[in-house]
Design a protein around this ligand. Structure first.
Ligand SMILES: O=C(O)c1cc(=O)[nH]c(=O)n1[C@@H]1O[C@H](COP(=O)(O)O)[C@@H](O)[C@H]1O
Length: 238
């Protein structure tokens, strides 16, 4: 995964729609995230096709189950040759350790994907967390707690909002990765994302990778939107 480039969330319903989008980018090698919608429709063959086309792939399936099940599933994912996979940190330290073991056991030719854990989803608001999850206190504290547990389990980093990136670096280490969706071009969100930042501010606040979906995929000119975000991201990259 090239840190200089945003990760594009390839949230499309079909292989044809995803390929039509990718064709706009000619032969450029991209960081792509394949999530549940596209994966459930197209399966591992399409993921493999993306790898063969020279792209880096974050397979975002957010595993969350008992340790034994997650370990077995990770063994299979390790064999796919993808570059990054994830679990939910709320599954607990034992589940995260099992995920890591599964990846290590399944790794082919020593290629082990980066393993990261989702803290609090970027769509979750302070109020929602307090009222629905019954976690009291500030959402930043919950994110930091999940990040500390993730580090303890030996994973490579977390998925969080860019708003929390610098806080996580302070609580863990500079090498602990922050992968940050919730990227919007203005400071106001008009969709399901609540904890958002612009690409430039995300870079300033220490995000290692930004994940961007609709601001690129739904743009009138996706290549122009991508180029703009790339420029904004790289402008402040340390
Ligand atoms: O794990 C993720 O990638 C993820 C975690 C999170 O907390 N928030 C979040 O938005 N995502 C993913 O990041 C992408 C963001 O897409 P947009 O909101 O369209 O930019 C989606 O594919 C989400 O599934």
């Amino acid at each position: 995964m090239n840190k200089q480039k945003p990760i594009i969330a390839l949230d499309f319903a079909t292989k044809e729609a995803a390929i039509a989008f990718l064709n706009l980018f000619k032969n450029e090698s991209l960081n792509l995230k394949v999530g549940m919608e596209l994966f459930y429709k197209t399966g591992m063959d399409f993921v493999q096709y993306l790898k063969e086309e020279g792209h880096s792939v974050f397979l975002d399936l957010k595993l969350h189950d008992i340790p034994n099940t997650v370990k077995s599933a990770m063994k299979v994912l390790a064999q796919s040759g993808v570059d990054m996979v994830n679990v939910h940190a709320s599954g607990g330290v034992k589940m995260m350790q099992a995920a890591k073991e599964g990846l290590e056991e399944g790794a082919l030719n020593n290629h082990k994907p980066l393993l990261i854990a989702v803290t609090q989803l970027t769509s979750t608001s302070q109020t929602q967390m307090n009222e629905e999850q019954q976690i009291l206190g500030a959402i930043q504290d919950s994110v930091q707690n999940y990040a500390t547990l993730t580090q303890k389990a030996g994973l490579d980093g977390v998925v969080c909002s860019p708003l929390e990136a610098s806080l996580i670096k302070e609580a863990t280490s500079n090498k602990f990765l922050t992968i940050t969706p919730g990227i919007r071009l203005t400071s106001k969100s008009n969709d399901d994302q609540t904890r958002i930042m612009t690409p430039r501010d995300a870079a300033k606040n220490g995000s290692d990778y930004i994940v961007v979906g609709r601001p690129i995929t739904q743009a009138l000119d996706p290549v122009e939107a991508y180029q703009y975000i790339l420029k904004e991201w790289q402008a402040e990259l340390k």
